[in-house]
Each structure stands twice: as C-alpha cells, then as structure tokens.
Design a protein around this ligand. Structure first.
Ligand code: NIG
Ligand code: FE
Length: 423
C-alpha cells in the first residue's frame, strides 16, 4: 500500500535528531516536492522533477498549496488528569505565586485528590478527547506522565489509563512514571519515606515488566524534591530499565540540570533558571533540553533563554507541559508560536524542536521526527504554502491532515477553517 503526495509547495525535510546549533535552523525546505509513503514508512522524497517514474502509477494526492512536515511530537505532558484549578489561575493573576499556592496546600495535591477519586475508566473517558484534539493540531506522538496518584495503586491506575488510550487512539502515546511529582498530604514532613515508597524495587520492576512506562521523571526543584532524593529515585529506576528524565530549574536553581547531566538523562525539562554549568552538563551528556514556554506564558514568569541554549550547542526541544496547574494549553502549535514570538526562535528551529529533537527527548530519534527514508510515515499536511505562513497566524488551525504510520486522517474543514487541499 502506498500513497504519493505530489505538488507539495513546501516539504520540510527535517533530518533525524538530535539537531544542535545551526543544524536546527538549516532545515532543508524542498519546493514543488513529492513524498512517497510505502507500507507505513517514508519512501522516496525530493523535488518533483527528480521523482522516479514508478511513482506515476501509485495512488496520488495533489497537495498544491500545502506544506508537509514530520508529525509533531509533544515530549512533555501531564495527561491523564481530572478536575481543574481555575480558582488557582485567578489567584495567580491577582498576585499569588505558583510556589506559595503549592505551599499553602493547593497545587498538585488538589489534582491528586481528584485523580485518586477517579476510576481508570473515568480517567480514560476524561482524557481521551483531549488527546484526540491534540492530534488534530498535528501531533502524532505524545509523552504522557503519571504523577497525580502519588500512591502506588493510583500511579499504576494512571499508567494503565495511558496504556488503554494508546490502544484506542490512532496516534502513539509514550508513558513516563512520575511518582516523585509531589509529597502527598499523608507524607507531609516525611519526604524520604515517600521517596522510598514510590521507588520501591518491586514497584519499579512491575512498571517496567508490564511495559507501563519507558521513563522515570522527578520534579526536582524548590518546594518539590531535592537533588539527593531525585538521584535516589532515578538511579533505582535505571536499574530496571526506566530511563531518567527530570523537571529541572523551573522555579529555582538547585542543581537539577547538573544532576540530569550526571545521570545522562534523556531530557531535562523546563530550564527557566538554568546556569552555565547546567547547560554544559546537559550538552556533554547528550541530554536534550525540553523548553516549555506555554508554562512560563501561563504562569507569567520569564521564559527560558532559548537563544543562549541553542547558541551554546544544546539540542533544544519544545513541548506543551499540558497540566491543570501551570499550563492548560493543549495546542502544541500555539506553544510553537510563543517560542517564535517571545523566545526569538526561528520557525525552522521551532520545527526542529518539535520533531527531530522532540523525538530524541523520548529516545525515538531513530524512527520518528524526521522526513527520512525508512522512518515511520508520521507526517502532517498544513493548509499553508510555506512554513513561515503557518507560523504567521497564531491560533489558526491550519492542519488539514495527519498520517500516523502512513494511515491518513483528514481533519474536517470546519475545524481547519479552510478546505483541505484537493485529493
Ligand atoms: O511541569 N512542575 C511540575 N509539574 C507541573 C505542574 C503540575 C501541576 O501544577 O499540577 C509542571 O509545571
Ligand atoms: Fe511538567
């Protein structure tokens, strides 16, 4: 089974990640291009004038007026959760900080209460449509974290809900265990005991053996867990094959990104408060820096200095951090626009950050995130003739179609505000 996409105005031929420095912005843009999808994989692609004649006989799609990019990858979300914290949102607008609300008993613990009361089926029911909406925005792979159960049975429930949704959805979910997200109320003042409970070898082994998570993450920051506690959890998790990730340097600088480097974490995420030693540690360890400008936008705090990281040669990814407390933005394209307009990242850099580098942030750069022969045919068709024209209209839905492993799904024109290109 093959599909040939013809007359593509712009094909953003993103190479496999990780991409650093100038390689992030020098993405090959092929005009008047052809792209072949063969048995779910990317086949031939290049300028139409060079296309092999065998492609003439295949089922073709005329994509005049469209840009084609690799499927977007949201490498950091906190799906699944239930409930909302709109009251905290209003309190923050009125002047309270995220940290002070958390220290006064609000924040993550409020969502924990709601998640503990929900069944696995309820988690699936409430989060399935969010993930489906994310897909209509061009996202073909989503990293999903536990971290609101904060007790073994409820963390497992969240991870099982992710597995269930992964079976039902046409896109791919990548699960991460985040038991060390916050100290639950019943462990107040006893964080080390809590750490031992959620990083007990039997629990970690069960998570790994049942394939319920591929990564282990820790919120290592002021008001959350210390570097020492994070090291303990991540070292134990690595012993059963759960690769380390870290929430690092978001609220305060406590050395979390240096720990990420020391442990050769797959990614270190947030980084608003990263210092030069942290940048060097990540770069030397091959750790991807995942920036979450939707969160700094939503919290009204300063963005991470993306240019400093890129100029230092660190491969940078971008993700939503979609969660009920610090970023209720489910649209990765909107976060990409924030990165352009407020972090001064170029459209090509932003694309590299949400495809090739986002794939590297979930350890899948050998298979997805690029327009490369033999890679999974995860692609997005945009109703805009150039990449710049897509970025030029923040908030507009211009995704006309997505393909996951070659399975094409057209997004209804009512949602795109524009008819899809002729087929
Ligand atoms: O990534 N920083 C820690 N965790 C989330 C916030 C979670 C919440 O407030 O519910 C984040 O920003
Ligand atoms: Fe997060």
């Amino acid at each position: 089974m093959s599909i040939v996409m013809k007359n593509i105005d712009t094909l953003a031929a993103v190479p496999p990640g990780p991409l650093a420095g100038p390689a992030m912005r020098d993405i090959p843009l092929i005009h008047d291009a052809t792209l072949e999808i063969r048995y779910g994989k990317i086949g031939w692609f290049g300028p139409a004038a060079d296309a092999p004649s065998r492609l003439e006989d295949e089922q073709t799609l005329d994509l005049r007026g469209a840009t084609v990019i690799p499927g977007l990858i949201d490498a950091h979300t906190h799906v699944p959760f239930v409930g909302n914290r709109a009251d905290e949102f209003a309190r923050r607008i009125a002047g309270e900080s995220y940290l002070s609300i958390m220290q006064a008993g609000g924040g993550i613990r409020v969502t924990t209460q709601a998640v503990r009361e929900a069944s696995e089926d309820q988690l699936v029911e409430s989060n399935f449509h969010v993930l489906a909406r994310m897909a209509t925005r061009g996202v073909t792979t989503i990293e999903c974290k536990s971290g609101y159960g904060l007790a073994p049975e409820h963390e497992l429930k969240q991870l099982r809900a992710i597995a269930e949704m992964n079976k039902e959805l046409p896109i791919e979910l990548v699960p991460t265990y985040l038991g060390a997200h916050a100290v639950p109320a019943e462990y107040e003042g006893r964080p080390d005991e809590y750490i031992d409970r959620i990083s007990a070898p039997e629990l970690l082994r069960q998570i790994a053996d049942e394939g319920l998570a591929r990564f282990c993450d820790v919120f290592c920051d002021a008001g959350a867990f210390t570097v020492e506690q994070a090291r303990r959890v991540l070292t134990r998790a690595a012993e059963v094959g759960l690769r380390p990730k870290l929430h690092a340097d978001e609220l305060e600088q406590i050395g979390a990104s240096r720990l990420a480097g020391e442990l050769h974490a797959v990614s270190a995420d947030h980084l608003e408060k990263i210092d030069d030693a942290g940048i060097a540690a990540l770069r030397d360890a091959g750790t991807i820096g995942v920036l979450l400008p939707g969160t700094s936008f939503f919290l009204g705090i300063e963005h991470c200095d993306a240019r400093r990281l890129i100029d230092a040669g660190l491969p940078v990814a971008l993700a939503t951090d979609y969660n009920p407390g610090s970023c209720m933005i489910e649209s990765l394209p909107l976060v990409m626009n924030i990165a352009c307009c407020q972090m001064h990242m170029l459209p090509t850099e932003v694309l590299a950050a949400t495809t090739a580098n986002a794939a590297a942030a979930i350890g899948e750069q050998h298979r997805i995130g690029a327009i490369q022969r033999g890679y999974d045919a995860d692609v997005v068709v945009l109703a805009a003739p150039t990449l710049n024209e897509w970025f030029y209209t923040p908030g507009r839905q211009l995704v006309a179609a997505i393909a996951k492993r070659g399975e094409l799904i057209w997004i209804p024109p009512s949602a795109t505000e524009q008819a899809p290109p002729e087929t």
